[in-house]
Write a protein that binds this ligand. Structure first.
Ligand code: ZN
Length: 186
């Protein structure tokens, strides 16, 4: 059975380390980690999770945007494993929007991010048997919310958290105030 992993929080030095590239995607421990991250992000109502957040310093994250109580307006996408990602281009425009993080519970911040990014990564085609989980190189353009998730998770691989990106401490609010602001629970 695939189990949920413990998410480490701000203050744990692993969150501040630069993660190491994944050398062998087929490695059993990497495959198991991907399965467990997918379960963990859904159960935690996240839209993404990076390996360093479960104390595994690999360049690997999951994007799993879907509407949930923490992000009611999130677009739906199939959970995708993003391995050894690169941001190879970006728009000049940035946009600010609210972000939260499973490793920074209780806080939301207004974070500026590039509106459009061009990315490259290896993924694992969905539905493939575990033994065929070979990395396939993907190159694509992402915009808006999905681009935001990618940049947030990519930062985790660089040892950064969203708090490092806010322009002012005035752009930080509590989760309870965020819920009020969004009109959630009315
Ligand atoms: Zn995060």
């Amino acid at each position: 059975m695939t189990s949920q992993l413990n998410v480490i929080e701000l203050g744990n030095p692993i969150l501040r380390q630069r993660a190491e590239p994944v050398k062998n995607i087929k490695d059993e421990s990497i495959q198991k980690l991907i399965d467990e991250l997918m379960v963990t992000v859904i159960q935690a109502d996240g839209v993404g999770i990076a390996a360093p957040q479960v104390a595994r310093s690999h360049r690997l994250f999951i994007m799993a945007s879907r509407p949930n109580p923490r992000y009611p307006k999130a677009p739906y996408m199939e959970p995708t494993a993003i391995i050894n990602p690169k941001i190879i281009g970006h728009s000049s425009e940035t946009a600010k929007d609210w972000e939260g993080c499973l490793s920074v519970p209780g806080i939301r911040g207004l974070v500026p991010r590039y509106q459009t990014i061009e990315v490259e990564y290896c993924d694992i085609p969905k539905g493939d048997a575990r033994s065929d989980r070979n990395g396939k190189l993907q190159k694509l353009e992402l915009t808006d919310f999905v681009a935001r998730i990618f940049q947030h998770e990519f930062d985790h691989l660089e040892g950064k958290v969203f708090l490092d990106r806010v322009e002012s401490t005035l752009d930080l609010i509590t989760e309870a105030e965020y819920q009020k602001l969004m009109g959630i629970g009315d």
